[in-house]
Each structure stands twice: as structure tokens, then as C-alpha cells.
Design a binder for this molecule. Structure first.
Ligand SMILES: *[C@@H]1O[C@H](CO)[C@@H](O)[C@H](O)[C@H]1NC(C)=O
Ligand SMILES: *[C@@H]1O[C@H](CO)[C@@H](O)[C@H](O)[C@H]1NC(C)=O
Ligand SMILES: *[C@@H]1O[C@H](CO)[C@@H](O)[C@H](O)[C@H]1NC(C)=O
Ligand SMILES: *[C@@H]1O[C@H](CO)[C@@H](O)[C@H](O)[C@H]1NC(C)=O
Ligand SMILES: *[C@@H]1O[C@H](CO)[C@@H](O)[C@H](O)[C@H]1NC(C)=O
Length: 213
């Protein structure tokens, strides 16, 4: 029981340190192989409503992003066919007509179970004439924020103390109950012994008198 408590505690500890980071497609950390058309409130007006940071970049080329983490979620619009790959391994191919794209309101792409570490995400068109409208992406990484670490550690330690005290009381309670049970058993055994002895004594004493006991 104590071991599973510790495992739960560690899981909570790791979870508390994971954080999502949202990157707008206008970020300098995203590399486009070709020309991009910035669609924002100035250039595209009302069409940017509902987009992250009210902007989307249209491109015929590929999109590259390096990140260190364990998951990513990308939001894009697509007209044509493109491949999604991480570290050179293709995760899948997306194929959408303009009508499908409009109907689905953007294609969510995700890979939530990467090994924690550095990764390269590449979104590349595979047929000529493909247009990718890239809105934003989110990646999950271990928080480098000191406050978060301290918070998680303090939380973990307090949680650990509370759990340890809980376990201690449960064990103590169980032992106490066992002790009381055993003492009661012993007491009743003694009482029974006394009663029996008295009974024998009375039987012995009253032997021959015929008096009721
Ligand atoms: C990060 O965002 C994704 C998608 O919105 C969500 O499913 C996931 O639980 C989030 N992870 C964390 C650690 O907040
Ligand atoms: C949102 O867009 C503006 C203007 O393009 C940019 O300066 C800002 O950094 C963007 N915000 C985020 C969170 O990327
Ligand atoms: C829209 O993009 C153009 C071209 O990059 C830029 O000059 C303009 O400031 C942007 N407008 C907004 C509101 O971000
Ligand atoms: C992204 O990562 C790849 C693989 O590690 C590396 O070859 C490339 O130079 C990186 N690009 C940038 C801009 O950091
Ligand atoms: C994409 O879909 C269209 C229509 O659904 C189809 O004609 C085309 O062959 C597909 N292309 C690929 C590469 O799967």
C-alpha cells in the first residue's frame, strides 16, 4: 500500500512540472522554406476571426519547428496534400479539399506521446499547388520555471508528509484495534476461566446439598 502511495506521489510530481507552450506561426522559431503570405487583420480582415492571435500564414513550402518536449499539437488549414513528420519519421499524410477544410474548421494534428527530448517537426506539401495555412502550435515540455519546480517540490513534500502521517495513523489504528481485540479476547478468556472455576468450585461446594446454583 505504501509503495503505491509513493508511485502516485511521483506521478503527481512529474505531472505538475509539464507545461504547454503555445507558439504563434509568426514566431521567429518557425522556419518556412518558401514564401509566406501573412494573413492578419490588416491583410485578411474578418477572415482571421477565431484564429490564434488573429493570424495565419499561407505557404506553398514546408514548415519546420525544433522543440524540446514530449508532445505537440498543431492547428492548420490545408488545400492539397501534406506530410507530417517528426525526427524524419512520417506520422501521416493529410489530404483535404478546400470544401473539406472549410467544413472541418482547420485540421488538428497531434502527437501526445513522444519521448521527452529534442524533436524536429516538419510539415511539407507533397503535391504541387498545395497551400498550407498555418495558425499555431502547442508543445508540451518540462517547465524550466524555478518557481514551478519549487512549487512542485514543496507540494510533493507536503503531500508526502500528509500521506506518511495518514499511513502511520492507519497502521497505528489497525494495531490498536488488534491489541484491543486481543486484550478483549484475553479478558473474556480470563472471565470464562473465572466463571468456570467458580462454577466448578460451586459445583464442588454445593455438591450433595441439591441447592440450585
Ligand atoms: C496541452 O494541450 C493539449 C491540447 O490542448 C491538452 O490535451 C494537454 O492536456 C495539455 N497538457 C498540459 C500539460 O497542460
Ligand atoms: C501576436 O501577433 C503580434 C503581431 O503580429 C506579435 O507581435 C505577437 O508576438 C503575437 N503573439 C504571440 C503570442 O505570438
Ligand atoms: C499584418 O502583416 C503585415 C505583413 O507582415 C504587417 O506589416 C502588419 O503589421 C500585420 N498586422 C497586424 C495587425 O499584425
Ligand atoms: C533543428 O534540429 C535539427 C536536428 O537536430 C538540426 O539539424 C537543425 O539544424 C535544427 N534547426 C534549427 C534552426 O535549430
Ligand atoms: C487526395 O484526395 C483526393 C480526393 O479525395 C484524391 O483524388 C487524391 O488522389 C488524394 N491524394 C492523395 C495523395 O492521397
Amino acid at each position: 500500500m505504501q509503495r503505491s502511495y509513493i508511485v502516485l506521489l511521483l506521478l503527481g510530481f512529474v505531472h505538475a512540472m509539464l507545461q504547454n507552450y503555445t507558439v504563434d506561426e509568426t514566431s521567429p522559431n518557425i522556419f518556412y522554406s518558401g514564401y509566406t503570405f501573412p494573413c492578419n487583420t490588416t491583410t485578411c480582415g474578418v477572415f482571421t476571426k477565431g484564429l490564434f492571435n488573429k493570424s495565419v500564414s499561407l505557404t506553398f513550402g514546408s514548415i519546420k519547428f525544433n522543440f524540446t518536449g514530449s508532445a505537440f499539437y498543431a492547428a492548420l488549414d490545408l488545400f492539397g496534400v501534406c506530410s507530417i513528420s517528426v525526427d524524419g519519421n512520417e506520422l501521416g499524410v493529410l489530404n483535404a479539399t478546400l470544401a473539406e477544410d472549410i467544413a472541418s474548421e482547420g485540421l488538428p494534428i497531434s502527437k501526445p506521446d513522444l519521448a521527452n527530448g529534442p524533436h524536429t517537426l516538419v510539415i511539407a506539401p507533397t503535391t504541387p499547388g498545395t497551400i498550407i495555412g498555418f495558425d499555431h502550435l502547442i508543445y508540451t515540455a518540462v517547465s524550466p520555471d524555478k518557481k514551478h519546480h519549487v512549487g512542485a517540490i514543496v507540494g510533493g513534500v507536503i503531500g508526502g508528509i500528509v500521506l506518511t502521517i495518514g499511513v502511520f495513523f492507519i497502521v497505528l489504528h489497525a494495531r490498536r484495534r488488534n491489541l484491543i481485540l486481543r486484550r478483549n479476547q484475553r479478558k473474556s478468556a480470563v472471565l470464562r476461566g473465572i466463571t468456570l472455576a467458580r462454577h466448578d468450585y460451586k459445583v464442588g461446594a454445593d455438591y450433595g446439598t441439591g441447592l440450585p446454583m
